[in-house]
Design a protein around this ligand. Structure first.
Ligand SMILES: Nc1ncnc2c1ncn2[C@@H]1O[C@H](COP(=O)(O)OP(=O)(O)OP(=O)(O)O)[C@@H](O)[C@H]1O
Length: 330
């Protein structure tokens, strides 16, 4: 089995809200293997983006990080800001949902991609220009040489997202972090961008962490899946296991709420809302929405239970289920 390229251990990310430290990420441990895609799945507000931004250390002032994020044997959290600048956009790159705000409206897109190369490499101007044109061609932008001279607002959403991807790839990073990279795009463009990611991954052997709330994207892209709820990973494992035999009631609910090909009938929406980070309950944060919840779930946070094949879940139902299975076997 290949070693993890990136390993996150007990990551806690806190914000200061009205003078109080409030965690948005509450002890996340994850790893991603070379050339593989880890999809982080969960509803809005579950802490997916904050977790991804914690890896890059691009968080608002006052945010506090603890735990460890190991990349190339070093803890990213121990690096100086100068070391982080060398890492960002060079070894680890990020693509955000909103391509318009990812680009400066005042500069031509080609210049912005070129600038990202110049920041990290001492290449002559003409080499950089050629590289930008090559990158634009690679990400499927038609007439790449002409397009490098466009301003962001002159491009369609899909083309602009392609140029953001070109920027993220410009220094052939080891790891690409993508935060809802297709959410703002219409369905056909979404499919094109996802297949572009796959193609790039094959060609560059790149490792990816992709954040999404869309199970369809997870089905399409994931080697492994981490399901996040209220700042914690509640289920983690091989994509086929997590999607095919979801163990956590939240994952089961997410899947039941997703339209499936060839299946008719009403979708089962998960009732209620996730708790706000300022009002986190003591036990399992999903308990108030879970039809299996017991008193114990409301009082104590269930520990991680290992299932077969590295599949993990944090739910007393599974733990009790396993205990029952053991009793039956005895
Ligand atoms: N700068 C901040 N200050 C205070 N709270 C924040 C800050 N940024 C994010 N949060 C809170 O942290 C929680 C997690 O947010 P996050 O953006 O990671 O969720 P998400 O799962 O990525 O959802 P979405 O898909 O809506 O972005 C939310 O409750 C959010 O309000």
């Amino acid at each position: 089995m290949s070693a993890p390229v990136l390993k996150i251990d007990e990551l806690v990310t806190e914000f200061t809200i009205r003078g109080q430290k409030v965690p948005a990420v509450r002890g996340v441990s994850l790893e991603v293997k070379k050339g593989k895609t880890l999809v982080v799945l969960g509803e809005s507000g579950s802490g997916k983006s904050v977790m991804l931004r914690s890896i890059m250390r691009v968080l608002p002032r006052g945010a506090h990080l603890s735990g460890s994020i190991t990349y190339n044997g070093d803890n990213v959290l121990d690096k100086s800001e100068a070391e982080m600048r060398r890492l960002r956009g060079n070894w680890i790159s990020m693509v955000f949902q909103d391509s318009l705000s990812a680009m400066d409206p005042l500069f031509r897109v080609g210049e912005q991609v070129g600038e990202n190369i110049r920041e990290h490499r001492r290449f002559p101007k003409t080499t950089i220009r050629d590289q930008v044109i090559r990158l634009f061609g690679e990400v499927g932008i038609p007439s790449p040489a002409a397009r490098t001279r466009s301003y962001p607002h002159e491009m369609s959403g899909g083309m602009r997202q392609r140029s953001v991807i070109a920027m993220a790839l410009s220094n052939t990073p080891d790891i690409l972090l993508a935060d809802e990279p297709t959410t703002a795009l219409d369905v056909t463009i979404q499919a094109q961008i996802l297949s572009l990611f796959k193609q790039i991954q094959r060609e560059y052997g790149m490792t990816m962490i992709l954040v999404t709330h869309d199970i369809g994207v997870a089905v399409e892209m994931a080697d492994e899946i981490a399901v996040m709820y209220a700042g914690k990973v509640v289920e983690y494992g091989d994509a086929k296991q997590v999607l095919g035999a979801p163990a956590h009631p939240y994952t089961q609910g997410l899947i039941a709420a997703t339209p499936q090909k060839g299946k008719r009938g009403r979708l089962q929406v998960i009732p209620g809302q996730p708790p706000a980070i300022t009002a986190m309950p003591g036990g399992c944060a999903f308990a108030s929405r879970c039809r299996y919840a017991t008193e114990r779930c409301r009082k104590e946070m269930p520990p991680h239970t290992q299932l077969a094949g590295g599949h993990m879940t944090a739910c007393y139902k599974t733990e009790d289920g396993q205990a029952l299975a053991q009793l039956v076997r005895q």
